[in-house]
Design a protein around this ligand. Sequence first.
Ligand code: 13P
Ligand code: SF4
Length: 331
Amino acid sequence: MEISEQIKKETDPIYQKISKVVPEIEWAFHAPLIHKINQLKKEKNAVILAHNYQTPEIFHGIADIAADSLALAVEAEKTNADIIILCGVHFMAETAKLMNPNKKVLLPDMGAGCSLASSITGKDVRMLKEKYPGVPVVTYVNTSAEVKSESDICCTSANAIKVVESLGSDKVIFLPDQYMAKYVQSKTKVKIISWVGTCIVHEKFSAQEIKDIKKQNPNIKVLTHPECPPEVIAASDFTGSTSGMSNYVKNNQPKKVMLVTECSMSDNVQVENPNVQFIKPCNLCPYMKTISLPKILECLDKETNEILIPELIIKKAQKAVERMVAIGRNH
Ligand code: 13P
Ligand code: SF4
């Protein structure tokens, strides 16, 4: 595809930044779309919020804010834009809507789900509340707005421990990720009652894989996400949210690192840390990967795929998310 001089001038600086992780042959397709999306964004006063798992051309090419799910929720509340395009998965777009219900929130692919979000329903939460009367419900943001509306407070991987300990209860129901629940349990005296959800990306990693990589690369730092199984977390050097991992690399500049999480994360962090060598385990999130530049352009242009949540659910779920945001990040 032939790129015009104007498009080349505007997009070349982006390509220079990400050329190590995006092949030149692909750039010929990305550049005109990036140019058009950035133009349309200005015309429509739209903001693009992208999760750390988005591909480098989205993360570095068109995102106004690229971050973990806690920061995306905070930014959604702060924005003055008329339209929010959420490049991530459905629960993230719903959370943005809860934080700013008067804005138009669009998701480029309505099929961008999440195995954790689909592991639990509002009915399941009501059943748990009946089984454990009076026990507060902490819900991971990776859930539907309906599930959030049945909860006392939300959390993300960046503040789960702090949220659990903020409640002053000796027991909490913690939903829906069983591994995140185990991780939180290992860090607190509060008794955690968990559910059976898992993330299809993080559950695939094994401790043996980490041990083998460490043997082959003696000084490597291995960073894990708390959605990983406990033995994987135990074999690692640091555990944190996606932005927590990214900040670890930025602040410590290890010679070699492995991020035990979704594939695109390593590409995005590598671009910003050229002196760090990355060993990349590759587990793709099929949901995150449904988002692409052509779909973003179409969604922004036609203003399709709007996130709509019933008023009653908004009111209840909003409280749980706002309570979480007020607590901030883990110490
Ligand atoms: P973070 O909140 O750490 O960005 O993680 C979101 C997610 O979906 C991880 O799989
Ligand atoms: Fe859900 Fe896992 Fe994908 Fe994150 S990586 S969106 S938790 S399936």
